[in-house]
Design a protein around this ligand. Structure first.
Ligand code: DAH
Length: 339
């Protein structure tokens, strides 16, 4: 019987060596030590042994059972460890591999400049108004003192949607929309897209952006206009920046002017950025025409105001030294990624 036990032990140990799966181990355990297992059968047969042999064989059989149980457990642990190791190996990160580059989302350069300008005006107490890009002729022209056949219409090649509806050629119509709804004091900017039927080239695009400004109250004078716009430019280009006003004509302002600022690049000496001028034009402005105030139901005897219109693209081109306007609208990632 002792021999038989030894035999079982050896078969179990051999089987354990070959086992590579946890399930196999369980099968081995059942085969030898389960209820109907070989070792169990031997133990059951102990009763037939002579009484004096029983304790010795019994002890031996128990020892073998314990030993096999331990061996199965050990093998189980070894297999589990091997599986774990394989898993870790498969998951190993090769830190020397080149990384995947994530494209970082960014604001379009025009949006960035637009936000900067809005920020400056909001800091000066302006609120922001929004209005339609598909606009009535009335707001875009008529109420702004630009009647049909007025020569100013020729300078703004207009996309007509219908007889009396256009794609707005300027944000100035927002002056009228704001004044119709709001009683003075008014201090508002209206940024947005405008459209003109221009052939595109380095300095023209059928769509571009403006920021309209409007201030209306009692006793607003040209001095308020100058002070406000000078402060705006200093905030945008730095304290040392100077401004100058040149007389101009716009139908909806009287008097009207264009404002230049001393070149941000050369400080006014003259360079390639300002084409040797020392000055760069930045906006049109003027005192709101009394007729426009009256058109909006505001008494020009009681109130005065000033208005201005800034072209966004030109500012962005100067700021980033961009010499072709079309780059803003082509959405080439190589261009956009630089901002
Ligand atoms: N709307 C004008 C344009 O597109 C710009 C402008 C000039 C706006 C004078 C104004 C202003 O508000 O007062 O050329």
């Amino acid at each position: 019987m002792k021999k038989e036990l030894e035999q079982i032990r050896m078969s179990v140990e051999a089987a354990l060596k070959d086992a590579e799966k946890i399930e196999t181990l369980e099968n081995i355990r059942i085969k030898y030590m389960g209820k109907k297992g070989e070792l169990t059968a031997v133990l059951k047969g102990m009763g037939k042994l002579p009484a004096e042999e029983r304790p010795q064989i019994g002890a031996f059989a128990n020892e073998i059972r314990k030993r096999l149980e331990t061996e199965i457990e050990e093998r189980k642990a070894a297999i589990a460890a091997a599986i774990e190791e394989k898993r870790l190996e498969a998951e190993t990160i090769d830190v020397t591999m080149p990384g995947k580059r994530n494209h970082e989302g960014k604001l379009h350069p025009l949006t960035q400049v637009m936000n900067e300008l809005k920020e400056i005006f909001m800091g000066m107490g302006f609120s922001v108004a929004d209005g339609p890009e598909v606009e009535y002729d009335y707001y875009n022209f008529e109420a702004l003192n630009i009647p049909k056949n007025h020569p100013a219409r020729d300078t703004q090649d207009t996309f007509y949607i219908a007889d009396n509806i256009v794609l707005r050629t300027q944000t100035s119509g927002m002056q009228v929309r704001v004044m119709e709804k709001t009683k003075p004091p008014i201090r508002v900017i209206a940024p947005g897209k405008v459209y003109r039927s221009d052939t595109q080239d380095a300095t023209h695009s059928p769509v571009f952006h403006q920021i309209e400004g409007l201030v209306v109250d009692k006793n607003i004078t040209m001095a308020d206009l100058k002070g406000t716009l000078e402060m705006f430019v200093k905030k945008l280009y730095g304290e040392k920046t100077r401004v100058r006003f040149r007389p101009h004509h716009f139908p909806f302002t009287e008097p009207s002017a264009e404002m230049d600022y001393s070149c941000f690049n050369c400080g006014g000496k003259g360079c390639s950025v300002c084409k040797g001028e020392g000055w760069i034009e930045i906006l049109g402005c003027g005192m709101v025409h009394p007729k426009v105030l009256a058109n909006c139901g505001i008494d020009p005897e009681e109130y005065t105001g000033f208005a201005f219109g800034i072209g966004l693209e030109r500012i962005a081109m100067g700021k980033y030294s961009i010499n072709d306007l079309r780059l803003f609208f082509e959405n080439d990632m190589r261009f956009l990624e630089q901002f």
